[in-house]
Design a protein around this ligand. Structure first.
Ligand SMILES: C[S@@+](CC[C@H](N)C(=O)[O-])C[C@H]1O[C@@H](n2cnc3c(N)ncnc32)[C@H](O)[C@@H]1O
Length: 313
């Protein structure tokens, strides 16, 4: 039985941490950055943030918990509103470029970067990473169950306002029921071609054959969270089975391949890498999530030593 893979969790802003990691040391990056671009790069006591939070608290009409800049929340759709919306997304794209450039430096040639994002913002992430020097390869559809459209329900809104004709608008919302998330897939440029890159870094092609002999498509469905994956402390945990599948698509087996997640959250990518036997590095800006990820990784370690003990016994 080989040694357990090493997982390293670093507490900090990935834009800074990435600049300290060794160049060309990472074989794959699977990550899930925040999609809500509105408050990125701002201090939490920024007056604009305080103003908008107050506005949400006191409003009876705004859709709660959805960022103002997402286009789903309320607000008068005047020129300023659209301008602000545009500024927000461009700011998000610039921010993606900042970590994207750091990421390019630490990746090996041929390394794949797979980034979860919303259907509205994924194009910006892709363009930012292309500008950073990656080459766009695909956009995977991660299909998952979703309940109701999150936008405005016209009938409900009008009937609250006392409109007797409200039922005319039954079934009309300001957006669809969102049933998929995008995973944009990019690659660090190869060394001349696939053969040379495979020879020198062991990377480049995707694993496309499935257990039943069929070929993997770019629509991923049927991956749900296990019963033990409900950690109340982090609301955007990705299913472990999905993270494992993504790693298996892009990284051939081998402890020489390090998997990176610069937005580690509760550590799903790291736990998946650890369970598959790859070393990993996670970066997370929030101390409480670093602790949560550490606890999850420790659980994997415990499970492994129990099974080792069982093997020996
Ligand atoms: C969408 S969550 C990731 C969830 C993760 N996929 C999981 O399964 O738990 C994004 C994470 O990125 C972290 N984050 C945001 N900005 C960051 C930055 N500049 N550097 C590192 N982490 C950051 C947030 O604190 C959050 O935990």
């Amino acid at each position: 039985m080989g040694r357990a893979p090493t997982s390293q969790l670093i507490h900090g802003d990935c834009r800074e941490v990435l600049s300290k990691l060794p160049e060309g040391s990472v074989s794959c990056c699977i990550t899930d950055p925040p999609y809500n671009y509105e408050f990125i790069g701002r201090e939490w006591d920024h007056t604009e943030i305080t103003r908008r939070l107050d506005r949400i608290q006191n409003s009876t009409t705004l859709v709660k918990n959805i960022p103002y800049g997402s286009g789903l929340a309320g607000g008068i759709r005047n020129e300023r509103w659209y301008e602000r919306n545009r500024e927000n997304i461009l700011e998000y794209r610039r921010w993606c470029g900042e970590w994207g450039r750091g990421l390019l430096r630490v990746c090996k040639p041929g390394a794949v970067v797979a980034v979860f994002n919303s259907t509205r913002t994924s194009a910006h992430v892709q363009v930012a990473l292309e500008d950073a020097g990656f080459y766009a390869r695909d956009c995977l559809v991660y299909r998952r169950h979703a309940g109701i459209p999150k936008g405005l329900n016209l009938e409900k809104k009008l009937s609250k306002m006392g409109d007797k004709q409200a039922t005319k608008w039954r079934g009309w919302h300001t957006c669809f029921r969102n049933e998929w998330e995008a995973i944009v897939v990019l690659q660090k440029p190869l060394i001349n071609n696939y053969m040379q890159t495979v020879e020198q870094t062991g990377l480049g092609p995707f694993k496309t054959i499935r257990a039943d002999g069929s070929f993997q498509s770019n629509i991923l469905e049927g991956y749900s969270k296990g019963d033990d994956e409900e950690f109340d402390e982090h609301c955007t945990i990705k299913p472990l089975v999905l993270m494992k599948k993504l790693i298996e698509f892009f990284v051939p087996p081998g402890a020489q391949h390090t998997v990176l997640d610069p937005f580690a959250g509760s550590g799903s990518t790291l736990v998946a890498a650890e369970e598959l036997g790859y070393p990993s590095i996670g970066i997370e800006i929030e101390g409480r999530y670093v602790e949560l990820a550490r606890r999850r990784l420790a659980q994997v370690g415990r499970r492994r030593s129990e099974s080792l003990f069982a093997d020996v016994g």
